[in-house]
Design a protein around this ligand. Structure first.
Ligand SMILES: [Zn+2]
Length: 266
C-alpha cells in the first residue's frame, strides 16, 4: 500500500513536472499557459497524448520530435524526473498527510522560479506571492509533520521568517543603491526570500542567505570577470536562493550537525 502511494507521489510529480516545463518555456515568451495545447516549438505540430507522457515519451522518441525530428531538450525529462523524485522524497518524509501538498507545491514553484530567473532574470509575482501564503500555511500546519525536513515550526516562525528574509534583502538592495545608485538585486528576490522564510522559518533564513551567497559567488565571479559587462553582469540571485532553500529543506539538519561538530567545542 505504501509502495503504491509512493509510486503515485512519483507519478504525480512527473505529471506536474510536465506542466512546470510548459510554464518555464512559455512564461518568458509571454505565451498563455493553457492555450494552445503542447506543440513542437520548431514545427508547431501538436504533440499527441502518447508522445506527451512525462519522462517516458522522451525515451521512446529518442529525444526527437516525431514529426520534424528536431532534437528535444533534455531539460524537459530532467525537470519531470527531478520534480517526481522531489515528490517521492517528500512523501517518504510526510506519508499520506495533508502537509505533503503545500510542501510539494512550494518545491515545484521553486523549480519554476529557478529556471525563469535563469532565463530572463525575473521572479514572477504570480509565483512568489502565493508562495508566501503557502509558506504561512505550512507554518500553520506545523513543520513537525515531517521531522526530517527543515520547516517552519508554527505560524509565528513563518511570519517572522517572511519578515526577516524580506528585511535583510531589502536592506542589502537599499545599501547597494545608496553606494552605487543602482539596483543590485531586484524586488523579486525580496519576495522570493519572504516565501522561503515563511516556508523554512526565521531560524533558517541566515543559513539560506549564507549558502546562496557562497555558491553564487563561486559560480558567478569567474563569469563576471570573463564577461565584458564585468560586475555589471546581471546575476540571477533567485537561482541561488532557490537551490539553497532546497538544500536547507532536505539537508538542513545534517548540515547543522556538521556545523556544530566543526565549530562548537565539546
Ligand atoms: Zn517538430
Amino acid at each position: 500500500m505504501t509502495f503504491l502511494l509512493a509510486f503515485y507521489a512519483f507519478a504525480i510529480g512527473a505529471v506536474v513536472g510536465s506542466f512546470l516545463n510548459v510554464v518555464i518555456h512559455r512564461y518568458p515568451r509571454e505565451e498563455s499557459i493553457v492555450f494552445p495545447p503542447s506543440h513542437c516549438p520548431d514545427c508547431n505540430t501538436n504533440i499527441r497524448w502518447f508522445d506527451n507522457i512525462p519522462i517516458l515519451s522522451y525515451l521512446v522518441l529518442r529525444a526527437r520530435c516525431r514529426n520534424c525530428r528536431v532534437p528535444i531538450s533534455p531539460r524537459y525529462p530532467l525537470i519531470e524526473l527531478a520534480n517526481a523524485l522531489f515528490y517521492l522524497a517528500v512523501f517518504q518524509r510526510t506519508g499520506a498527510a495533508v502537509a505533503f501538498i503545500p510542501i510539494a507545491a512550494i518545491i515545484s514553484m521553486t523549480i519554476v522560479l529557478i529556471f525563469i530567473d535563469l532565463e530572463i532574470q525575473i521572479l514572477p509575482d504570480v509565483i512568489d506571492i502565493p508562495g508566501i501564503f503557502i509558506g504561512l500555511l505550512i507554518g500553520w500546519i506545523g513543520g513537525d509533520v515531517a521531522a526530517d525536513l527543515v520547516l517552519s515550526a508554527d505560524i509565528l516562525d513563518s511570519i517572522a521568517g517572511a519578515l526577516l528574509g524580506a528585511a535583510i534583502l531589502a536592506a542589502i538592495i537599499l545599501t547597494y543603491w545608496l553606494i552605487r545608485r543602482r539596483e543590485g538585486m531586484g524586488w523579486g528576490d525580496v519576495k522570493m526570500m519572504a516565501m522561503i522564510g515563511a516556508v523554512l522559518g526565521w531560524q533558517s533564513v541566515p543559513a539560506v542567505l549564507l549558502l546562496a551567497s557562497i555558491t553564487g559567488a563561486i559560480i558567478a565571479l569567474p563569469l563576471a570577470i570573463r564577461s565584458k559587462e564585468g560586475f555589471q553582469l546581471a546575476i540571477p540571485f533567485g537561482v541561488f536562493l532557490g537551490l539553497a532553500s532546497l538544500v536547507i529543506l532536505f539537508f538542513g539538519h545534517t548540515l547543522f550537525e556538521w556545523w556544530l561538530r566543526a565549530f562548537v567545542p565539546h
